[in-house]
Write a protein that binds this ligand. Structure first.
Ligand code: SF4
Length: 372
């Protein structure tokens, strides 16, 4: 179910095209049923799943356990190509790789793979563009083009896992849905993707659900629904302001579900899943970085205690041509200190990939602008 938030469709673009059906759109029973429906023995579903989810390949040549004359046909039918790489940029000596993909209909999305000493994380997109209209965000400026299918999300993760393996960066261990789009506005496909990513191979990619993070700008009904899925994924709430006045501007959906409702749903998520919720806070100079706002944020969070939440202030990654810019370092330090003094756990998020247009949507926004 998508929450009843109307997406802002970019003008003149098709919003309802469906990507090709793919094995990763379905659960194990659905995969078997589809393969049989197409006239093949159901064991083929398991063989194809092993190649895709366990061996991370969709290349027919690698499928030597399938009859040679059928390999191309089976791969093209059940594992159709979904993403075409159009550009790739690297930073941090190759530890950060940002890739711009085109989907089958030409829509552009971005995926960023980041290798750290103790983990490899991929940041994936859940929509092409975004309909939430946050004014400081490059993706928000694009409007919503369309929702991604479950397989289009899973495929970003599979390619990142293959890339990490190929470059010997380590095993892909974490997935964050913090790329383009509002994941909870694409609810059904998102949950199918989370299951396919977290199930053990060959049913899925075998990345623990505890290492998956879903970020939301605060779609309260869908937050409640996610809490009931039995998937212990981490929830990250993009709060960006502790008061409705500022948040109504920074995150327009706040006019529908205000700060109190969003924090209430975040705490309920923690109660239901026993997972600590992350609160994301982009520090924007002179807009939301005042000490009194840090105190108000602390007050609103500690109302529920301190152990349920982790605050991640993020220095804003400025979007080209935008009036919004990052807070001054001393202001940032005071903000963090104020939260810590209130007993909250705070981690200043790093800004990996800043020099390669690291904020969500910046590479795709650039491409759209070049295209006119
Ligand atoms: S910040 Fe997130 S929810 Fe807001 S417009 Fe950008 S991608 Fe969408």
């Amino acid at each position: 179910m998508s929450p009843a938030v109307p997406g802002r469709a970019a003008s003149g673009r098709a919003a309802h095209v469906k990507p090709p059906r793919h094995l990763a759109d379905l659960d194990v029973a659905g995969r078997r049923a589809w393969v049989e429906e197409m006239g093949h023995p159901k064991m083929r579903a398991g063989q194809l799943s092993t190649h895709y989810f366990a061996h991370l390949t969709a290349a027919p040549a690698a499928m030597t356990d399938l009859p040679q004359n059928l390999r191309e046909h089976l791969a093209a039918t059940f594992l159709p190509p979904l993403l075409t790489e159009v550009a790739s940029r690297e930073a941090d000596g190759g530890a950060t790789v940002k890739t711009l993909f085109h989907l089958f209909d030409g829509a552009a999305i971005e995926t960023v793979t980041m290798a750290y000493p103790d983990r490899v994380t991929v940041c994936v997109s859940s929509q092409a563009g975004c309909g939430m209209g946050c004014p400081f965000c490059a993706t928000g400026k694009l409007g919503l083009r369309r929702n991604l299918s479950a397989a289009e999300m899973v495929e970003q993760v599979r390619l990142a896992a293959a890339l990490a393996q190929e470059r010997e960066l380590g095993r892909l261990s974490n997935v964050v849905f913090m790329g383009m789009g509002e994941p909870l506005a694409n609810y059904g496909p998102l949950v199918r993707a989370l299951r396919a990513i977290s199930e053990a191979p060959p049913a899925g990619l075998g990345i623990s659900a505890r290492n998956l993070t879903v970020s939301t700008c605060g779609l309260v009904p869908a937050m409640g629904q996610l809490a009931e899925e039995g998937l212990p994924v981490r929830l990250a709430v993009s709060l960006h302001a502790p008061d409705d006045e500022a948040r109504n501007t920074l995150v327009p959906v706040n006019r529908r579900w205000g700060v109190a409702a969003v924090l209430g749903a975040a705490f309920a998520y923690h109660k239901a899943t026993a997972r600590r919720v992350s609160v994301e806070y982009a520090l924007i100079r002179g807009i939301n970085d005042q000490k009194w706002r840090a105190s108000l944020l602390a007050e609103r969070l500690t109302r529920y205690g301190t152990g349920w939440v982790h605050v991640n202030p993020i220095p804003l990654n400025p979007v080209e041509g935008s009036i919004w810019t990052a807070s001054l370092p001393e202001v940032e330090a005071t903000f963090v200190e104020t939260l810590r003094e209130a007993g909250l756990t705070v981690t200043l998020r790093d800004t990996r990939g800043r020099e390669i247009d690291g904020a969500c949507g910046q590479l795709a926004a650039k491409e759209e602008n070049q295209d006119g």
